[in-house]
Ligand binder design. Structure first.
Ligand code: NAP
Length: 253
C-alpha cells in the first residue's frame, strides 16, 4: 500500500484469526501499522503469537493475542463478545486461520475431512455469525475470508482443502447479500502459493514446476496478501463486496 494514503483504519478494531504466523502475521502487522487495534488469534503456538505482538508494539502499534480453536463455536462467540465488551466494537474480521490436510481421495480419512471443514469453514462461519451484530450496530464491517487458488482451480490431492476454500466463496457472497445494506462488506482473498510454514514442505522439483506456471515467475510473500487485506479492509473499499480477489502472480485467472 502506498505510504501516506489514509485507509481510514485508525482506531478500527480488527480480529485476525491465525495471526501469529505466516500470512496472518503479515496482516496483523499491516493493519496495526495503519493504526488499527488488532486482536490476533492462534491455536497453540504461544511463542509465535507473543513474538507477533512484540513486533507490533515495538513498532508503536497495538496488538494483543488470544488463544482459541476457531472450530469451537462457543469459543468463537465468547471471543467476539469479549472484544466488543473491552473495545466497544469489532469492525474488521479476517478469517485467516486454516489448515491444509492433503491426500488422494481414496485414502483420505473421515477425521481429516471433518477437521478440515471444522477449521476452514465452520470457524469462519461461527466468527462471521458472532461479528454480524456488532458490525450491524456500527453500520460498518469488513469480513475477509482467506480462500485459496485451489478453491477456484482444484488440485490433485487437495479435494478436501479445495472444497473448504470454495465453500468460503459461497459464504462470503451470501453474507454480502445479507449484510450489504448495513455497511458491511464480505470478500474472499484467494492467495496463490505463498512462502509460509504451510508451503515449506515443497521439494525443489515441485517449486521449479510451480514457478514455470506462474507468469510473475515468483512465489508470493505474506505481505502480498496483507496488502490486499489492507485494501479490502479500508474505508475506500466499501463498494467492493461479494468479490473473490486472486493474489497469485497470475497462476490462475
Ligand atoms: P500457517 O503458516 O500454517 O499458519 C496458520 C495459522 O492458523 C497459525 O497462526 C495457526 O495457529 C492458526 N490456526 C490453525 N488452526 C487453527 C485453529 N483450529 N484455531 C485457531 N487458529 C488456528 O498458514 P498460512 O500459510 O499463513 O495460511 C494462512 C491462510 O491462508 C490459511 O487459511 C491458508 O489455507 C490460506 N492459504 C495459504 C496459502 C499459502 O501458500 N501459504 C495459499 C492459499 C491459501 P498456531 O500458530 O497456534 O498453530
Amino acid at each position: 500500500m502506498a505510504v501516506g494514503m489514509d485507509l481510514g483504519l485508525k482506531g478500527k478494531i480488527a480480529l485476525v484469526t491465525g495471526g501469529s504466523r505466516g500470512i496472518g502475521r503479515a496482516c496483523v502487522e499491516a493493519l496495526a501499522r495503519e493504526g488499527a487495534h488488532v486482536i490476533l488469534s492462534y491455536a497453540s503456538n504461544a511463542q509465535a503469537a507473543d513474538e507477533t505482538v512484540a513486533t507490533v508494539t515495538t513498532a508503536g502499534g497495538q496488538a494483543e493475542a488470544v488463544r482459541f480453536d476457531v472450530g469451537d463455536p462457543e469459543a468463537c462467540k465468547q471471543t467476539v463478545d469479549d472484544i466488543v465488551k473491552k473495545h466497544g466494537a469489532l469492525h474488521i474480521l479476517v478469517n485467516n486461520a486454516g489448515i491444509s490436510v492433503d491426500g488422494l481421495i481414496m485414502r483420505f480419512k473421515d477425521g481429516d475431512l471433518a477437521k478440515s471443514f471444522q477449521t476452514n469453514v465452520f470457524g469462519p462461519f461461527y466468527l462471521a455469525r458472532a461479528a454480524a451484530r456488532p458490525m450491524m450496530k456500527a453500520r460498518f464491517g469488513r469480513i475477509i475470508m482467506m480462500g485459496s487458488v485451489v478453491g477456484e482451480s482444484g488440485n490433485v490431492g487437495q479435494a478436501a482443502y479445495a472444497a473448504t476454500k470454495a465453500a468460503l466463496d459461497g459464504m462470503a457472497k451470501s453474507l454480502a447479500k445479507e449484510l450489504g445494506s448495513r455497511g458491511i462488506t464480505a470478500n474472499v482473498i484467494a492467495p496463490g502459493y505463498i512462502e509460509t510454514d504451510m508451503t515449506k514442505g515443497m521439494t525443489e522439483d515441485m517449486t521449479k514446476a510451480l514457478l514455470a506456471s506462474i507468469p510473475s515467475g515468483s512465489i508470493g510473500k505474506p505481505d502480498d496478501i496483507a496488502n490486499a487485506v489492507l485494501y479490502l479492509a479500508s474505508e475506500g473499499a466499501g463498494y467492493i463486496t461479494g468479490h473473490v480477489l486472486n493474489v497469485n502472480g497470475g497462476l490462475y485467472m
